[in-house]
Design a protein around this ligand. Structure first.
Ligand SMILES: Cc1cc2nc3c(=O)[nH]c(=O)nc-3n(C[C@H](O)[C@H](O)[C@H](O)COP(=O)(O)OP(=O)(O)OC[C@H]3O[C@@H](n4cnc5c(N)ncnc54)[C@H](O)[C@@H]3O)c2cc1C
Length: 526
């Protein structure tokens, strides 16, 4: 069957229609971040009847707030977690191959300020590359001082002895989440954002479904499923509590902050990796979408919130480390966006240093048959999804079907598209957006003068990517909030006006949307 645009778009009304007509789902996934979306793709690919419910928007949680690295994790190698590194390096190559329009190979340099450092990092990265084996994406090289400065012109040159250049992957996290949602939908899955799971339905102590509320019209649904997968990231414990109020916590959240500054502070295409911060972590400065993303931190948190806020000391920590390595100094007034995310780390007894906690994932199956998956990394989302669906299928006694996602090309797959070029994030869908512009040239107008994002993309987001609020558009369909919070705030009125027309909303909706968005976005001003 050839798919037409009519068949493949992600529409909320169509999904709600399916929700009402379907008697029982094979697998119901709670959470539309990397883990849940990966599970929806995997399960749909195996031919299961899948429903995914996301409380806010796809990737609203941790999955839009990452460092944007598809990596094995050089740091985990230093910690001796060889298994995780090998697995992530394999997954890195699968993701680069299956989503070429949303990923790219990125060169990184670790600068060395002594000969010992130069060879120490050289050997470490040689080992990193060796672990990738046939999945290597480029061998590391030890560079002299001149070659390092050529690639990192603003690097602090005092005492510089050279460095090591190595390759890892980079991606657009929220756009990859959208590609996963579209892929799951293409494969027959049903996905809904702004749909909150508020209760679990049980019969004789076993789960038979969930109660969920449509956050947009407040309608409540009782939905039946053979098995429920809890993929709610840092929120897994709230679902575990619904299942069993005496359950012990599975997650210890740790906050990571990123600062975004203009490209002129750190020109060039190569990223900087600072190998050792004061708290024993690594810190990156990465070119991303014409800006530079610098981070991150690792702060154990007691509170789990939907919109985490960077602490002053985290911002100061990143600024101090970046300035120690860069000649062009930054201060708070240079920050165009500041974003924070919570890592859903698997709980261990060591609460005080989350930097040392494992980034591996874990699966728990409770006595009611709730399958909970947490931990892990964006890079390993496919393997996590495979493990979650294997467990879910076993619990629900579904037919045994092998996972088929290793070579599954994600929605929009376009190997010749250059990552970061205009419309590249849409892959093959770019042709539809260009057609919209040729039919109505006014749609080529930009939403904000500093960004390429145009009106046609907004229309596309509403009609085909389930964007329901102005935050969905400004934070995750476009990445404006993460790249320049002031520009995003400045675009709110226009986006609200266009969305109100497309979604047939009134003035009160527009006012409420702009007010809510601006209040939230102010936190990104740092
Ligand atoms: C600062 C930072 C940097 C990182 N950098 C990288 C990196 O460079 N590379 C990498 O590979 N990994 C990175 N990671 C890790 C990676 O981002 C996470 O492992 C991953 O995004 C977690 O995805 P998730 O789906 O488990 O959680 P989430 O993305 O948080 O998704 C869970 C979803 O569940 C929803 N939800 C919660 N409760 C309910 C409910 N009751 N009903 C319905 N939905 C609900 C939430 O709204 C949320 O959208 C980073 C993490 C952080 C914090």
């Amino acid at each position: 069957m050839t798919l037409t645009l009519q068949d493949i778009h992600l529409k909320r009304d169509t999904a709600i229609g399916k929700l009402k007509s379907e008697g029982e789902w094979d697998i119901l996934v709670i959470g539309g971040g990397a883990t849940g979306l990966g599970a929806a793709v995997d399960a749909s690919q195996r031919g299961f009847k899948v429903l995914l419910l996301e409380k806010n928007d796809f990737a609203k949680g941790t999955s839009s707030r990452s460092t944007k690295l598809v990596h094995g994790g050089v740091r985990y190698l230093a910690q001796g977690n060889i298994k995780l590194v090998v697995e992530a390096l394999r997954e890195r190559s699968f993701l680069l191959a299956n989503a070429p329009h949303l990923t790219r190979v990125q060169q990184f340099i670790i600068p060395a300020y002594s000969l010992f450092e130069k060879w120490f990092y050289g050997i470490g990265l040689f080992l990193y590359d060796l672990l990738a084996r046939r999945h290597s994406i480029g061998h590391p090289r030890v560079l002299g001082k001149k070659a390092v400065i050529k690639r990192l012109p603003t690097l602090n040159k005092q005492g510089l002895k050279g460095g090591v250049v190595y390759a890892d992957g980079q991606f657009d996290d929220a756009r990859l989440a959208m590609a996963l949602a579209r892929t799951a939908s293409d494969l027959g899955g049903t996905l809904l954002n702004h749909f909150n799971v508020t209760g679990l339905l049980k019969e004789n102590g076993k789960l038979i479904g969930v109660t969920a509320q449509d956050e947009l019209d407040k309608a409540v649904y009782h939905l039946k499923a053979k098995v429920v997968v809890n993929a709610t990231g840092v929120f897994v414990d709230s679902i575990l509590d619904l299942d069993d109020p005496t359950s012990t916590a599975a997650v210890m959240p740790s906050q990571g902050v990123h600062l975004v500054v203009g490209k002129h502070f750190f020109p060039g295409d190569t990223a900087l990796m600072i190998p050792k911060t004061k708290d024993g972590r690594v810190l990156f400065a990465l070119p991303w979408n014409n800006a530079v993303v610098i981070g991150t931190t690792d702060t154990p948190m007691d509170q789990i919130v939907e919109e985490p806020v960077a602490r002053d000391e985290e911002i100061d920590f990143i600024i101090a480390h970046f300035n120690a390595f860069n000649e062009k100094k930054i201060d708070r007034s240079d920050l165009v966006s500041v974003f924070a995310g919570l890592r859903p780390l698997v709980k261990t007894s060591n609460k005080s240093n989350t930097a040392l906690a494992s980034r591996d994932h874990t699966i728990l199956v409770s006595s009611s048959n709730l399958v909970t998956i947490t931990g892990g990394k964006w890079t390993t989302y496919r393997k996590m999804a495979k493990d979650a669906v294997n467990n879910a299928a076993f619990v629900a006694k579904l037919p045994v079907v092998k996972c088929g996602t290793r070579k599954l090309r994600l929605h929009g797959y376009a190997p010749l598209v250059k990552y970061g070029s205009p419309f590249s994030a849409y892959g093959t869908d770019a042709a539809w957006i260009k057609k919209m512009i040729s039919d109505a040239p006014g749609l080529a107008e930009r939403i904000h003068p500093a960004f390429d994002y145009c009106k046609a993309e907004l229309v596309w987001a509403v009609e085909n990517e389930m964007a329901m609020t102005i935050e969905d558009v400004l934070a995750r369909r476009s990445r404006m909030l993460f790249l320049d919070a002031r520009a995003a705030i400045g675009s709110a009125e226009l986006v609200a006006k266009m969305m109100a027309e497309l979604l047939q909303k009134d003035e009160a909706w527009k006012t409420d949307q702009v007010m809510r968005f601006c209040e939230m976005a102010e936190q990104y001003l740092g």
